[in-house]
Design a protein around this ligand. Structure first.
Ligand code: SF4
Ligand code: SF4
Length: 346
């Protein structure tokens, strides 16, 4: 069977030997979300519909994010943006209406495309309308849609989203799977569309069903929980018993088409952080986009003379921690010793 690869993930760049120490800029661009997932490890501000009478969103504007991307290309030679799940990522920057946020998003994608920067884009899929899918199909974007259940009732329970969300996301996915065709290269199948499933107690029995649903035209990726934020608060429902964590892990390695998370390299390390720099919505330098508390450890981009300095600072801390706790390489945040990470920074 041909190996499956998602375009613009670390394994994809490994193919051409172009994965280097700063391939990725992991950029958090949104502080607003239309979902309210039980699994959310970010605790991003929710309840979009109540918040549009005044301007809402991130501390940095979309133009300031664009400046950071431009600087990262000039100073680090980044090849790709890793736009992960803080807020709904198709609602970046500041705005008063959904439309403002969606226009911000298109502006950012257009800029990256013009500069030859690829994007690996995580989203809940709600805003992937036909128009948005057509737009993204013509840019260098790979889409990763978060879908945790194919059962409408379970989906709405897990996502805390609006009643129309399940059907709308399914319709969006149906169109996207037609537009994002699989390319074949030698003995590889290269995808630009993936489903990312967060395995938890309520959906554990559904993993194979979701994998089957992906078939041969969508890449299936799954992950086990990062225990913080809303997931930690909803521990009883989401985790079930203590012993379940090991079975979640096993299920992920048995079923994920990437043999791990989307960022897992061939050697098992997380390419998004071992091969990049992460920055938060306020310009704070992070270990990983999924832990904004590390911004307190690394300070703000404005505190550095250049991004190379920021990158070196994070890499030194990673090396120091890694030497002591080698089990953290696949995912620092999911490792049992992650609580000791701050000790590596000073
Ligand atoms: S997991 Fe993602 S989609 Fe769900 S509430 Fe958090 S940021 Fe929003
Ligand atoms: S360190 Fe963990 S949470 Fe962060 S990008 Fe890598 S796999 Fe994801």
């Amino acid at each position: 069977m041909k190996e499956k690869l998602l375009k613009f993930t670390p394994k994809y760049y490994e193919l051409s030997g172009s994965l280097n120490r700063a391939t990725y800029l992991g950029l958090n661009i949104s502080d607003i979300c239309n979902y309210n997932c039980l699994k959310c490890c970010q605790e991003a501000p929710k309840g979009l519909e109540n918040r549009l009478s005044t301007e809402r969103g991130t501390e940095l504007s979309i133009d300031e994010f664009i400046d950071i991307i431009s600087t990262a290309q000039d100073e680090l030679g980044i090849q790709a943006l890793f736009i992960a799940g803080r807020g709904e990522t198709l609602l970046p920057g500041k705005g008063k209406s959904e439309q403002d946020f969606l226009e911000n998003y298109k502006k950012l994608v257009n800029f990256a495309h013009k500069k030859g920067i690829h994007i690996i884009q995580f989203t809940n899929g709600y805003y992937l309308t036909k128009e948005m899918v057509d737009f993204l199909a013509n840019k260098d974007v790979s889409l990763v849609m978060s879908i945790d259940s194919l059962d409408e009732k379970d989906y709405l329970y897990l996502c805390g989203s609006s009643d129309d969300s399940f059907q709308r996301v399914m319709d969006n996915l149906q169109y996207a799977r037609q537009k994002f065709q699989v390319e074949e290269e030698d003995n590889k199948k290269i995808y630009r569309l993936a489903i990312n499933m967060a395995v938890s107690h309520p959906n554990f029995e559904e993993v194979e069903k979701l994998k089957d649903f992906c078939g041969e035209d969508i890449m299936f990726i799954c992950n086990y929980p990062i225990i913080k934020g809303d997931f930690e608060k909803n521990m009883e429902e989401m985790h079930g018993s203590e012993n379940n964590y090991e079975s979640f892990k096993k299920k992920v390695f048995d079923t994920s088409d990437n043999k791990g998370f989307s960022g897992t390299r061939s050697d098992g390390k997380c390419g998004y952080i071992f091969n990049g720099l992460s920055i938060d919505t306020n310009g704070n330098v992070l270990l990983c986009p999924y832990d904004i508390s590390t911004g307190k450890l690394f300070g703000n981009v404005k505190d550095y003379n250049n991004l190379e300095e920021a990158l070196n600072n994070v890499k030194e801390a990673m090396d120091k921690h890694n030497k002591k706790y080698s089990g953290c390489e696949m995912c620092f945040l999911r490792d049992k010793d992650y609580g000791n990470f701050p000790n590596a920074v000073h």
